[in-house]
Design a protein around this ligand. Sequence first.
Ligand SMILES: O=C(O)c1cc(C(=O)O)c2c(n1)C(=O)C(=O)c1cc(C(=O)O)[nH]c1-2
Length: 243
Amino acid sequence: MTDDALLPPEELHARLEAIGAERYHVHHPFHHLLHGGKLSKAQVQAWALNRYYYQASIPAKDASLLARLPTPELRREWRRRIVDHDGDGTHPGGIERWLKLTDGLGLDRDYVVSLEGLLPGTRFAVDAYVNLVRSRSVLEAIASSLTEMFSPAIISQRVSGMLRNYDFVSEETLAYFTPRLTQAPQDVDFALSYVKREARTRAEQEQVLAALRFKCSLLWAQLDALHFAYVEPALPPPGAFRP
Ligand SMILES: O=C(O)c1cc(C(=O)O)c2c(n1)C(=O)C(=O)c1cc(C(=O)O)[nH]c1-2
Protein backbone atom coordinates (compact mmCIF):
# COMPACT_ATOMS: atom_id res chain seq x y z
CA MET A 1 0.00 0.00 0.00
CA THR A 2 1.51 3.37 -0.96
CA ASP A 3 1.45 6.25 1.49
CA ASP A 4 -1.43 8.01 -0.20
CA ALA A 5 -3.61 4.91 -0.69
CA LEU A 6 -7.14 5.04 0.72
CA LEU A 7 -7.30 3.12 3.99
CA PRO A 8 -9.92 0.38 4.30
CA PRO A 9 -12.61 1.57 6.77
CA GLU A 10 -11.51 -0.89 9.43
CA GLU A 11 -7.93 0.41 9.18
CA LEU A 12 -9.17 4.01 9.58
CA HIS A 13 -11.12 2.83 12.63
CA ALA A 14 -8.02 1.12 14.05
CA ARG A 15 -5.98 4.32 13.61
CA LEU A 16 -8.66 6.36 15.41
CA GLU A 17 -8.58 3.86 18.29
CA ALA A 18 -4.79 4.12 18.40
CA ILE A 19 -4.96 7.91 18.76
CA GLY A 20 -7.23 7.52 21.79
CA ALA A 21 -5.05 4.81 23.29
CA GLU A 22 -2.08 7.16 23.13
CA ARG A 23 -3.52 10.64 23.65
CA TYR A 24 -6.92 10.64 25.41
CA HIS A 25 -7.08 12.56 28.70
CA VAL A 26 -7.65 9.27 30.54
CA HIS A 27 -3.82 9.19 30.68
CA HIS A 28 -3.44 12.66 32.19
CA PRO A 29 -1.95 12.82 35.72
CA PHE A 30 -4.78 15.12 36.83
CA HIS A 31 -7.34 12.47 35.90
CA HIS A 32 -5.44 9.89 37.96
CA LEU A 33 -5.37 12.22 40.96
CA LEU A 34 -9.08 13.00 40.54
CA HIS A 35 -10.44 9.46 40.45
CA GLY A 36 -7.75 8.15 42.79
CA GLY A 37 -9.04 10.33 45.63
CA LYS A 38 -5.83 12.35 45.80
CA LEU A 39 -7.38 15.80 45.39
CA SER A 40 -8.79 18.13 48.02
CA LYS A 41 -12.37 19.31 47.79
CA ALA A 42 -11.06 22.69 46.59
CA GLN A 43 -9.17 21.04 43.74
CA VAL A 44 -12.27 19.06 42.72
CA GLN A 45 -14.22 22.33 42.81
CA ALA A 46 -11.65 23.88 40.45
CA TRP A 47 -12.08 20.96 38.04
CA ALA A 48 -15.90 21.19 38.06
CA LEU A 49 -15.91 24.97 37.71
CA ASN A 50 -13.55 24.90 34.73
CA ARG A 51 -15.25 22.00 33.02
CA TYR A 52 -18.54 23.89 33.19
CA TYR A 53 -17.22 26.00 30.30
CA TYR A 54 -16.66 22.88 28.18
CA GLN A 55 -20.19 21.64 28.93
CA ALA A 56 -21.73 25.03 28.23
CA SER A 57 -19.86 25.41 24.93
CA ILE A 58 -20.73 22.00 23.47
CA PRO A 59 -24.24 22.97 22.30
CA ALA A 60 -22.80 26.17 20.76
CA LYS A 61 -20.35 24.15 18.69
CA ASP A 62 -23.10 21.66 17.78
CA ALA A 63 -25.43 24.48 16.73
CA SER A 64 -22.78 25.98 14.45
CA LEU A 65 -22.34 22.60 12.78
CA LEU A 66 -26.09 21.97 12.56
CA ALA A 67 -26.47 25.11 10.43
CA ARG A 68 -24.08 23.68 7.85
CA LEU A 69 -25.51 20.16 7.58
CA PRO A 70 -27.17 19.59 4.22
CA THR A 71 -29.99 17.08 4.93
CA PRO A 72 -32.89 16.72 7.40
CA GLU A 73 -31.50 13.32 8.49
CA LEU A 74 -28.13 14.79 9.42
CA ARG A 75 -29.70 17.81 11.11
CA ARG A 76 -32.08 15.62 13.10
CA GLU A 77 -29.18 13.56 14.39
CA TRP A 78 -27.18 16.63 15.36
CA ARG A 79 -30.19 18.39 16.88
CA ARG A 80 -30.52 15.52 19.34
CA ARG A 81 -27.09 16.37 20.72
CA ILE A 82 -28.17 19.95 21.39
CA VAL A 83 -31.26 18.73 23.25
CA ASP A 84 -29.08 16.31 25.25
CA HIS A 85 -27.13 19.29 26.58
CA ASP A 86 -29.73 22.06 26.69
CA GLY A 87 -32.73 19.96 27.76
CA ASP A 88 -36.18 20.46 26.25
CA GLY A 89 -37.66 22.79 28.84
CA THR A 90 -39.24 19.85 30.73
CA HIS A 91 -36.35 17.44 31.09
CA PRO A 92 -33.08 18.96 32.25
CA GLY A 93 -30.11 18.63 29.91
CA GLY A 94 -26.42 18.16 30.52
CA ILE A 95 -25.69 21.79 31.40
CA GLU A 96 -28.32 21.79 34.14
CA ARG A 97 -27.04 18.46 35.43
CA TRP A 98 -23.49 19.81 35.48
CA LEU A 99 -24.70 22.69 37.63
CA LYS A 100 -26.14 20.12 40.06
CA LEU A 101 -22.60 18.84 40.36
CA THR A 102 -21.13 22.29 41.02
CA ASP A 103 -24.00 22.95 43.53
CA GLY A 104 -23.21 19.66 45.24
CA LEU A 105 -19.60 20.70 45.59
CA GLY A 106 -20.68 23.90 47.31
CA LEU A 107 -19.92 26.35 44.49
CA ASP A 108 -22.12 29.37 43.97
CA ARG A 109 -24.11 28.92 40.75
CA ASP A 110 -23.95 32.56 39.69
CA TYR A 111 -20.19 32.50 40.12
CA VAL A 112 -19.83 29.31 38.04
CA VAL A 113 -22.05 30.59 35.24
CA SER A 114 -20.35 34.00 35.21
CA LEU A 115 -17.09 32.27 34.12
CA GLU A 116 -15.25 34.85 36.23
CA GLY A 117 -13.04 32.27 37.87
CA LEU A 118 -12.22 30.35 34.69
CA LEU A 119 -8.58 29.60 33.90
CA PRO A 120 -7.35 31.26 30.70
CA GLY A 121 -6.04 27.87 29.57
CA THR A 122 -9.55 26.39 29.82
CA ARG A 123 -11.04 29.26 27.88
CA PHE A 124 -8.50 29.04 25.07
CA ALA A 125 -8.74 25.25 24.78
CA VAL A 126 -12.54 25.19 24.69
CA ASP A 127 -12.71 28.13 22.29
CA ALA A 128 -10.28 26.28 20.02
CA TYR A 129 -12.80 23.43 19.82
CA VAL A 130 -15.70 25.73 18.95
CA ASN A 131 -13.51 27.47 16.35
CA LEU A 132 -12.42 24.20 14.78
CA VAL A 133 -16.00 23.08 14.34
CA ARG A 134 -17.02 26.47 12.98
CA SER A 135 -14.18 26.93 10.53
CA ARG A 136 -13.22 23.49 9.21
CA SER A 137 -15.09 21.08 6.96
CA VAL A 138 -18.20 19.22 8.12
CA LEU A 139 -16.12 16.03 7.92
CA GLU A 140 -13.45 17.39 10.30
CA ALA A 141 -16.10 18.85 12.61
CA ILE A 142 -17.84 15.49 12.91
CA ALA A 143 -14.51 13.68 13.33
CA SER A 144 -13.56 15.99 16.19
CA SER A 145 -16.46 14.61 18.24
CA LEU A 146 -14.96 11.12 18.11
CA THR A 147 -13.18 11.40 21.46
CA GLU A 148 -16.55 10.15 22.68
CA MET A 149 -15.36 6.71 21.52
CA PHE A 150 -13.22 6.79 24.64
CA SER A 151 -15.41 8.71 27.10
CA PRO A 152 -17.49 5.82 28.57
CA ALA A 153 -14.29 4.22 29.91
CA ILE A 154 -13.01 7.42 31.55
CA ILE A 155 -16.46 8.26 32.91
CA SER A 156 -16.86 4.81 34.53
CA GLN A 157 -13.41 5.08 36.09
CA ARG A 158 -14.02 8.63 37.30
CA VAL A 159 -17.45 7.97 38.80
CA SER A 160 -16.54 4.76 40.62
CA GLY A 161 -13.25 6.25 41.86
CA MET A 162 -14.81 9.48 43.07
CA LEU A 163 -17.68 7.70 44.86
CA ARG A 164 -15.21 5.41 46.59
CA ASN A 165 -12.70 8.08 47.54
CA TYR A 166 -14.50 11.32 48.41
CA ASP A 167 -17.10 11.76 51.11
CA PHE A 168 -18.21 15.06 49.53
CA VAL A 169 -19.60 13.49 46.34
CA SER A 170 -22.66 11.28 45.95
CA GLU A 171 -24.41 9.40 43.16
CA GLU A 172 -26.78 12.31 42.98
CA THR A 173 -24.07 14.94 42.45
CA LEU A 174 -22.38 12.75 39.81
CA ALA A 175 -25.69 12.06 38.03
CA TYR A 176 -24.46 14.15 35.09
CA PHE A 177 -22.45 11.18 33.91
CA THR A 178 -25.11 8.42 33.91
CA PRO A 179 -26.93 9.40 30.67
CA ARG A 180 -23.57 10.05 28.98
CA LEU A 181 -22.89 6.32 29.14
CA THR A 182 -25.74 5.70 26.67
CA GLN A 183 -25.64 9.04 24.80
CA ALA A 184 -21.94 8.83 23.91
CA PRO A 185 -22.11 5.40 22.18
CA GLN A 186 -25.14 6.59 20.21
CA ASP A 187 -23.25 9.74 19.14
CA VAL A 188 -20.23 7.65 18.20
CA ASP A 189 -22.18 5.10 16.11
CA PHE A 190 -23.35 7.91 13.91
CA ALA A 191 -20.12 9.93 13.74
CA LEU A 192 -17.92 6.92 13.13
CA SER A 193 -19.98 5.54 10.29
CA TYR A 194 -20.16 9.06 8.83
CA VAL A 195 -16.39 9.53 8.70
CA LYS A 196 -15.81 6.00 7.40
CA ARG A 197 -18.28 6.64 4.59
CA GLU A 198 -17.55 10.28 3.75
CA ALA A 199 -13.75 10.40 3.92
CA ARG A 200 -13.32 9.40 0.27
CA THR A 201 -9.64 10.18 -0.27
CA ARG A 202 -6.58 9.43 1.80
CA ALA A 203 -6.12 13.18 2.31
CA GLU A 204 -9.61 13.37 3.84
CA GLN A 205 -8.89 10.36 6.02
CA GLU A 206 -5.76 12.15 7.26
CA GLN A 207 -7.91 15.21 8.06
CA VAL A 208 -10.18 12.97 10.14
CA LEU A 209 -7.21 11.60 12.07
CA ALA A 210 -5.78 15.11 12.55
CA ALA A 211 -9.11 16.40 13.88
CA LEU A 212 -9.18 13.66 16.52
CA ARG A 213 -5.56 14.42 17.53
CA PHE A 214 -6.44 18.10 17.83
CA LYS A 215 -9.43 17.28 20.03
CA CYS A 216 -7.33 15.04 22.29
CA SER A 217 -4.85 17.92 22.62
CA LEU A 218 -7.46 20.42 23.71
CA LEU A 219 -8.86 18.03 26.32
CA TRP A 220 -5.31 17.42 27.54
CA ALA A 221 -4.56 21.15 27.64
CA GLN A 222 -7.56 21.70 29.93
CA LEU A 223 -6.16 19.28 32.48
CA ASP A 224 -2.64 20.77 32.09
CA ALA A 225 -4.08 24.17 32.99
CA LEU A 226 -5.81 22.74 36.07
CA HIS A 227 -2.71 20.84 37.14
CA PHE A 228 -0.45 23.89 36.86
CA ALA A 229 -2.87 26.20 38.66
CA TYR A 230 -4.10 23.92 41.45
CA VAL A 231 -1.74 20.96 41.91
CA GLU A 232 1.87 21.65 40.96
CA PRO A 233 3.30 24.31 41.14
CA ALA A 234 -0.19 25.52 42.21
CA LEU A 235 -0.01 28.97 40.67
CA PRO A 236 -3.52 30.14 39.76
CA PRO A 237 -3.34 33.12 37.40
CA PRO A 238 -4.72 36.51 38.47
CA GLY A 239 -8.51 36.50 38.66
CA ALA A 240 -8.86 32.71 38.58
CA PHE A 241 -10.91 30.75 41.14
CA ARG A 242 -9.27 30.65 44.53
CA PRO A 243 -10.76 28.20 46.97
O1 LIG B 1 -16.13 13.09 30.86
C1 LIG B 1 -15.38 13.15 29.91
O2 LIG B 1 -14.17 12.90 30.00
C2 LIG B 1 -15.96 13.58 28.64
C3 LIG B 1 -15.22 13.64 27.48
C4 LIG B 1 -15.83 14.09 26.30
C5 LIG B 1 -14.97 14.09 25.13
O3 LIG B 1 -14.18 13.14 24.98
O4 LIG B 1 -14.98 15.03 24.36
C6 LIG B 1 -17.16 14.53 26.33
C7 LIG B 1 -17.85 14.40 27.56
N1 LIG B 1 -17.25 13.95 28.67
C8 LIG B 1 -19.21 14.78 27.69
O5 LIG B 1 -19.78 14.66 28.78
C9 LIG B 1 -19.89 15.32 26.59
O6 LIG B 1 -21.07 15.64 26.70
C10 LIG B 1 -19.21 15.45 25.37
C11 LIG B 1 -19.63 15.97 24.14
C12 LIG B 1 -18.52 15.91 23.34
C13 LIG B 1 -18.37 16.37 21.96
O7 LIG B 1 -17.22 16.44 21.51
O8 LIG B 1 -19.37 16.74 21.31
N2 LIG B 1 -17.49 15.37 24.01
C14 LIG B 1 -17.90 15.07 25.25
